[in-house]
Write a protein that binds this ligand. Structure first.
Ligand code: ADP
Length: 677
């Protein structure tokens, strides 16, 4: 590592020595003015490439090399030492300012970075340092006009910096940091074409044109289109190389006594050449940076779009942008597939709406219209019908945004294929219904004994009444009025038995659930009637407390009966070991606030089992020896599917209270009652 650094320091010293010799060689034939002063640009570039902690070593090596060169050229040692100090400070200040103000001078240069570079390294440092440098020259007797010296020094450092520093930095970057990309044949041919044209025009303008009064200054403009070509097509690297070529051609021609820069005094000629280089290089460098910045932005945008497309594809989603003013849609490739749109075909609202299932079109159109009106978001699920007839579900989220440039609102959105979720949901509903049905049948099974007993009563009464009627008819003078009354009793008992059987059949049959307006009080009455024989058999009192004029709820009546029956049977179970006379279950209904109806079942048992109250609703939680622990879980899922809640608590005064709440339907009291049990 140390050896490598030592080698680099040595190489820097050699470069500084060599470029000093070049600077001295690049003088007009009739003057001592150096047109181009590369050592300064070389040292600044080196300092920008190496770590700041090594700056002292590189600076020392450079000025030592320069001092050796000056001594070989017989400069007065004091003057030479003074110059070394001046050069070192100048390069260090320029490098430090660039490092401080530009985040990464080697990588992606922005327009702001290049403006800072021009202001600091091309204008401020060279011309500020020139005050000191000019004084130095005059003081040691090497010049007579302070301002001429100031101007010469400032411009020569400015020109060298703008032409050489970017070229050196880019060259080093491509050589040491980033492997140079192999150009395509087309690009290589284009680069060679620019270089050859530049060389040819440079020879014509700077070497073949005679100097003096016959010179044609307008010829100076001829390289400009080529320089613009280099900047636009090859960026900063292109313009740096082109400027380097032009600079050396201009200096070479001028030094040989040719070209448009030789018709005035040597100092003025030098100034004209330097101004030409400075004024051409600076704006073209800025142009190249802008072009590169735009290219980078486009590339970043393309990457982001690809990434977005990839993300959307893996989420099976479409990402789209809809310009409302032109009805132009941009949609990801995968998105086109989701809507069965041709890969390159123009997309507009009508084309997309055509794919939306006819039943879902109004809802989608309304959601979008609301979003545009409120400049807000929308979320909707709808079906898409593909030309082959396949139907798929999409979940769309959109947002209406207005751009700052006043070009009108735009809608952005993501539409995800949720067919799999929809199918799973439908399957889950079917499963829940199956489970609920099984649980209902099990519930009825538990009640078989009491239901049989309940049926037995009317059947026995009917048999007894029929026997009595036969006896009456066997008399000599049958009392027909009596027989009539007996037959009426038989008919009533028959209806009672049929009612019980219908109730059992309703609960046991597996009909598709349907939502109708239900009067919960009717449900309470039916369930209490069904559970009554069971309660009676257990010596339990079963009472109701129904609030009148309750609003209807939109529900499946059989499922509501199932839930309530489950709660009542659980309440009766809970009071198994209750002393006779204390066994009481109350079923109550009431309004719960303005928008809900509540039905509760309260018992006088031991209360909820220890632990969190929510446990009783967990699947397979049971404290009963023969319990399955599914009843309350199913009851809760039924109530939640009706947008309601089912909960439990320990009641004041002992026992448990279970209640469910359902949203009240907007219309008044229930016009439809549950099927009779
Ligand atoms: P299972 O009746 O098969 O046990 P459930 O889901 O209907 O299943 O009830 C789960 C558990 O909740 C019961 O085992 C019981 O511990 C408790 N539980 C239900 N109702 C009551 C109640 N009224 N009083 C006390 N505990 C109850």
């Amino acid at each position: 590592m140390l050896l490598r650094t030592l080698f680099c320091v040595l190489a820097a010293a050699v470069a500084y020595y060599a470029t000093t010799q070049i600077a001295w060689a690049l003088c007009f034939p009739d003057s001592k003015v150096s047109l181009f002063f590369p050592p300064h640009a070389v040292l600044v570039s080196i300092l920008l490439l190496v770590p700041a902690r090594h700056w002292w070593a590189y600076t020392l090596a450079a000025v030592t090399a320069h001092f050796i060169a000056t001594q070989r050229a017989n400069w007065p040692p004091i003057y030479a030492l003074h110059c070394e100090f001046f050069d070192a400070v100048k390069a260090l200040v320029a490098a430090a300012a660039i490092r401080l103000l530009i985040k990464s001078p080697l990588k992606a240069l922005t327009l702001r970075d290049s403006v800072v570079f021009v202001l600091v390294a091309v204008v401020l440092v060279p011309f500020a340092a020139a005050f000191w440098g000019a004084a130095l020259t005059i003081y040691h007797g090497f010049g007579s006009h302070y301002w001429v010296e100031w101007r010469n020094l400032g411009i020569s450092n400015a020109v060298t910096t703008v032409v050489l520093v970017p070229a050196l930095l880019l060259g080093a970057h491509h050589l040491f940091v980033r492997r140079p990309k192999v150009p395509t044949v087309r690009r290589a041919v284009e680069a060679m074409l620019v270089a050859a044209s530049m060389a040819a025009i440079g020879i014509v303008v700077f070497d073949r044109t005679p100097a003096g009064p016959n010179a044609t200054p307008p010829l100076l403009y001829t390289p400009i289109p080529l320089l613009v070509w280099a900047a636009l097509r090859f960026g900063l690297a292109g313009i740096s190389m082109a400027m380097l070529l032009i600079t050396f051609q201009a200096i070479w021609g001028t030094m040989r006594g040719h070209g448009p820069f030789l018709d005035q005094s040597p100092a003025d000629n030098a100034l004209a050449l330097q101004m030409f280089l400075l004024m051409t290089a600076t704006p073209l460098m800025l142009l190249a940076v802008v072009v590169e910045e735009e290219r980078r932005t486009k590339e970043a945008l393309r990457l982001r779009t690809d990434l977005m497309g990839l993300a959307a594809e893996s989420a099976n989603a479409a990402i789209w942008v809809w310009d409302l003013s032109t009805d132009e849609w941009w949609i990801t490739e995968h998105g086109r597939a989701l809507f069965s749109l041709e890969p390159g075909a123009r997309v507009n609202l009508a084309a997309l709406l055509e794919r939306v299932h006819a039943d879902d079109r109004p809802a989608r159109v309304n959601a979008i219209a609301r979003s545009i009106e409120s400049r807000g978001d929308y979320e909707i699920e709808y079906r898409v019908q593909h030309p082959g007839g396949e139907i798929r579900w999409l979940h769309a989220r959109g947002r209406c945004v207005t751009s700052g440039d006043g070009s009108g609102p735009t809608l952005l959105g993501v539409s995800t294929d949720v067919t799999a979720r929809k199918q799973a949901e439908a399957a889950a509903v079917l499963e829940r219904e199956d489970l609920a049905h099984l649980s209902r049948v099990a519930l009825l099974g538990e009640m078989t004994a009491s239901l049989a007993h309940e049926l037995n009563q009317p059947l026995a009464a009917m048999a007894a009444n029929a026997a009595a009627a036969q006896r009456f008819l066997a008399r000599d003078e049958p009392d027909l009025a009596e027989v009539h009354a007996i037959l009426a009793d038989i008919a009533a008992d028959g209806r009672r038995a049929a009612g019980i059987i219908r109730g059992i059949r309703n609960m046991a049959c597996k009909a598709d659930p349907k939502r109708v307006l239900v009067d919960v009080n009717a449900v309470v009455v039916d369930v209490v009637r069904l559970a009554h024989p069971d309660a009676y058999a257990r010596h339990c009192e079963l009472t109701t407390d129904r609030e009148t004029d309750l609003p209807a709820v939109l529900a499946d009546p059989v499922q509501l009966q199932q839930v309530l029956l489950n709660l009542v049977i659980n309440a009766l179970d809970a009071m198994r070991s209750c002393p006779a006379g204390q066994c009481r279950v109350e079923v109550a209904s009431r309004r719960a606030g303005a928008t809900a109806v509540e039905v509760s079942v309260r018992d006088r048992g031991p209360g909820l089992p220890a632990g969190p109250p929510g446990r009783v609703f967990e699947r397979f939680f049971s404290t009963k020896p023969d319990g399955m622990g599914m009843g309350l879980a199913i009851a809760r899922s039924i109530i939640e599917a009706h947008a309601g809640t089912l909960d439990a608590e320990n009641a004041d005064g002992g026992g448990a209270r279970f209640w469910f709440r359902l949203p009240a339907h907007e219309s008044a009291v229930a016009p439809v009652t549950a099927p009779a049990i």
